[in-house]
Design a protein around this ligand. Structure first.
Ligand SMILES: Cc1cc2nc3c(=O)[nH]c(=O)nc-3n(C[C@H](O)[C@H](O)[C@H](O)COP(=O)(O)OP(=O)(O)OC[C@H]3O[C@@H](n4cnc5c(N)ncnc54)[C@H](O)[C@@H]3O)c2cc1C
Length: 428
């Protein structure tokens, strides 16, 4: 009897640097890759927002389609299903005589509850759910401290991690794969099957962000080429204008953070231009930091009072002001322009996110939770730890006391647009 491993894909939709996939191939005779479109991911939240808006849903569909295409090139496919993993996966285990299920561990509560549900259901069938770690630059086992002792202050986390931990090399992409043979691999859902609470009329037909591992690697190479060009032209770099726009692909795991890291290090060795490449590595460290903080503190980041000892007194109700912020109708031209960009593309830079968030919290005096929930709906790169962690810090209820209370809208406006050029252009 051949050994079969079910590989449950979630936010790890790639073939490169994928330890889970490589180990499943090595330890089995046949693998069964599976992706579940879980209806809960597309529902309304208690804050009258949608968990996954149309822009990110389309990006997800493109990503799964790209992974399907990659597996087809290896002579197989990925089984695409609609439903709850904890109900679907045990049935597949029975039907295809699967001996083990592999997946990547998540950190936020809703995601971990789903894997716990899967683990319990598999346990009853005496089948093991094996957990892998593949979302971060540094594996938690390689950090110089246990999770409970990871410093809350980002600067300390950065200093000690860079000094005492190593970034592992990338795992090689598989060269051949044996698949469980299925007659039907399931249709990719239509956008209209998943987007039930939003009109698709305003969704732009094309986007600069197309989902999938192949697009992710293309985009990474463009960024590196741009770096090489800059290095050759001896251009002086302004630190805050360097943005890779890699976040959406990192979010769904189409791109491994280690792949990005090693490519940045290689490019830096070849072309110099340290500030350019280092800025991206710094971003990856922030990303790790928030994920580890989520692991350490779990649901605290989802609470209005966060780490503060005082209870929050602003309410979580919808209001005309909140709607104006969401729709870009506040009358503050820069904030309105940022919100229009967010609504149209799902992407805004880090400084724009900070400005929009600071304005909502400190100028409009609206509870930060309502802003974070709206970003969750709209961002093409939404990641629970990065979104809620950044919002909590801006709201002054985060766990890094050095970051809290340093957000002043007027000050930020001056840093973002010191000569008012951007504002003048908007008013013209
Ligand atoms: C209010 C708010 C909400 C945010 N929500 C998200 C989110 O849901 N998903 C998300 O990926 N990022 C989030 N960020 C972080 C950051 O704004 C984006 O990662 C970044 O703007 C993405 O653009 P980029 O790929 O060009 O980043 P780059 O500057 O090129 O950085 C490279 C990568 O590092 C990571 N990164 C950079 N800055 C941060 C940061 N401050 N926190 C965490 N990761 C970082 C991203 O993965 C990014 O792709 C949020 C920031 C704020 C202020």
């Amino acid at each position: 009897m051949s050994k079969r491993i079910l590989v449950w894909f979630r936010n790890d939709l790639r073939l490169h640097d994928n330890e889970m996939l490589v180990e499943a191939i090595a330890k089995s005779d046949e693998i069964l890759p599976v992706f579940c479109f879980d209806p809960r991911q597309f529902e309304l939240t208690c804050y009258q927002t949608i968990k996954t808006g149309a822009i990110r849903t389309r990006f997800l569909l493109e990503t799964v389609q790209d992974l399907r295409h990659s597996f087809q090139q290896f002579g197989g496919d990925i089984l695409i299903l609609k439903g709850k993993p904890e109900e679907l996966l045990p049935d597949l285990v029975n039907k295809y005589e699967i001996s083990e299920v592999y997946h990547h561990r998540e950190v936020a509560s809703e995601e971990t509850e789903v894997s716990m549900g899967v683990e319990d259901a598999l346990w009853k069938l005496k089948v093991n759910l094996k957990h892998f770690i593949g979302h971060t630059l540094y594996n938690k086992e390689d950090l110089p401290f246990p999770v409970k002792d990871i410093p809350d202050v980002f600067a300390q986390f950065k200093k000690k991690t860079e000094r005492d931990a190593i970034v592992k090399p990338c795992i090689l992409t598989p060269q051949s794969i044996n698949f469980v043979q299925l007659a039907e691999w399931g249709e990719l859902p239509l956008l209209t099957d998943l987007v039930l609470n939003e009109s698709l009329a305003d969704l732009p037909i094309s986007s600069e962000f197309k989902g999938g591992e192949s697009e992710a690697l293309k985009h990474l190479h463009h960024f590196l080429d741009d770096g090489e060009e800059l290095a050759l032209s001896n251009t002086t770099l302004k630190k805050n204008v360097i943005v890779s726009k890699l976040s959406a692909w990192l979010g769904l795991g189409c791109l491994s953070p280690r792949e990005v890291y090693w490519k940045m290090r290689e490019a830096e060795a070849n072309f110099g231009l340290k500030p350019y490449f280092n800025q991206i590595v710094l971003g990856l460290l922030w990303r790790d930091y928030y994920r580890f903080m989520f692991k350490k503190y779990r649901n605290t980041f989802f609470k209005s009072e966060g780490f503060s000892t005082q209870t929050s007194n602003s309410d979580l109700a919808d209001s005309d002001l909140l709607q104006a912020w969401k729709n870009g109708n506040t009358g503050q031209p820069l904030v309105d322009s940022i919100m229009h960009d967010l609504n149209a593309s799902g992407y805004i830079s880090n400084s724009c996110r900070q400005l929009a968030a600071t304005y909502l919290i400190y100028e409009l005096q609206i509870n930060w939770i309502m802003g974070a929930a709206y970003f969750e709906e709209k961002l093409i790169d939404y990641a629970p730890a990065s979104n809620w962690g950044n919002w909590a810090n801006i709201a002054g209820v985060g766990n890094d006391t050095r970051l809290t209370n340093s957000f002043d809208f007027e000050k930020q406006l001056k840093i973002f647009d010191p000569k008012g050029t951007y504002l003048q252009a908007l008013r013209a």
